[in-house]
Design a protein around this ligand. Sequence first.
Ligand SMILES: [Zn+2]
Length: 644
Amino acid sequence: MDRDSMTQHHHRPHFARRLLGASAIALAAALAPLASAAAQQAAPASTEAPAKTDPRYVWDLTPIFKDDASWDAARKQALADLPSLDALKGTLGKDAATLRAAMDRMSKVGHDVERVLVYAYLQYSTDTRNNAYQERWSLAQALSAQAQAATAWVSPEVQGVGAEKIASFIKADAGLSKHAFRLNDILRLKAHTLTPETEAALAALGPVLGSASNTYSALANADIDWPEITLPDGTKRKVNQSAYQSLRQNDDRAVRKLVFDTFWTKFGQYATTMGNTLGAAVQTGTIDAKLRGYPTAVAASLANNDIPESVYRTLVAEANKGLPTLHRYFKLRQKMLKLPDLYYYDIYPSLISLDKKFTLDESRTTTLAAVKPLGKEYGDMLAALTAKRTMHVYPSEGKDSGAYHWGSYGLDPYIFLNHQDDYNSMSTYAHEWGHGMHSALASKNQPYELANYSLFMAEIASTTNEMLLTDYLVSKAKTKEEKLFYLGQSLEGLRGTFFRQTMFAEFELATHDAVERGEALSGSKMKDIYCGLLKKYHGDAEGVMKIDEKYCAEWAFIPHFYRPFYVFQYATSISAGTYFAEQISKGGAKARDNYLNVLKAGGSEYPYPLLKKAGLDMATAAPYQALVRRMDATIDQMEKLLAE
Ligand SMILES: [Zn+2]
């Protein structure tokens, strides 16, 4: 779970539930990060011991399909059902009963397609080398794409029927209430939808318009000829992306510097080409926004979930106000690492090591104890779910790295882990079960159509669990070192997920703003923007950390820049999670219930008003200040421990 570059973080396939009628571009975008994340990851080392292949540690997929043959039968059935969806074309405006029947039918097929996708993906991720798994996963994706195509007419037709008629149908037929959110959402976007001919032309050009990210990925992952370095012990290492990610944590400062110098100098040589690819991606976004009548690209992107632009801009402004706290953390880091000064290559080594094992059973019992403040309902449900065979626990040959949660509505959530019995594994366990519980509570309380929550909400439950876990561990720690370790890990999480992701978000805003002002974007201009941000965030002028200009080539490396206005959601989520954890541990059933109601609401409401109802206005400073406050309190605690 490397939150830092987000190339190796827990990824979950972000599509499916409201699959039918969703835009094909959204699906392609959802699939893209998966592919790139997998491509950049080194295969996990095999630590397979006989006990770890015990069926208790390998999930049971039979609740989804009893065997591969049933999966294939369901896939073929769904394919055969698709023409019946096409046949509904032209009927949606007839009357309420016809609209309800059509929407029910699309839900049914959408749910069937979801199960086909989930089963195939879960299987595939456990051994990506397995040909049968690969084939099933690509057949499932093909089915999903065909389902999208078979329902591409739905949005334009609903928009054509119009708000007034749709509202009268919803009023007349109670069976339409569960479809109302989706119907109204389609109507809301009418003003930003182009004529069918233009939409079709843009959709046809989609693969070309999105090709900048493929070029980036081909260059960064395949074509660059990475230089070799010699480590102090005489071994030679090629400094490619995965070597960079592991060597930058090296305890030997000279190794870190060598790795940074080598990797970023090499990346910097491609600044002109990368400037063209990223510049093209930014241009595409701003042109698309303009065509659709949005004031800015950021507004267009946030409109998908009806998030006010002020949320994004408040996040950036508040992170800037919180920089003195980030700098305090860097000062503490310098002191703990006993360094005479601090450079950018000093941010990755751990502050303190902890020689302690956390088995799967310990991860479970500790997580259950840590989430006690969430109440009995939550605790009982989590205890019951984690006792089932819904986890794929240990690393093995061919298994994808990282961790994720996915599942299908009406079934228990599935959790994919690479548990290595260390602290990070336990933290990931608590994190992924946060996702799992969010989905389980939403499934239990919402119909299929309203259960799926948006990306903006997705990391709140997971980070709340992480906060509660840290608080619990610190309170139970037996030694000063153990306490310092948990607190240090927590600080690193806040830096990587809040400040670093917001720095990325600020870069995206600056590059898009520049294009929208009519300025040209080049590699050297992007380097200047990025350098300014690196220096500001790391306190170069304040003497906190020196930023060598070479390392400013980092802008060209961040794959998420090809999916703009996305990473800010990690920062908003961890802020919301911090806010909720703070409110809940202050006590009070009200705060807890507010939080649980957010989870139970699933996707029945837009994220911004949903959180507001729970007392949290994401367009105000409150959540971001809660995060900075927590960071300050953590530093205070550590400084006190170190002074003892
Ligand atoms: Zn997550």
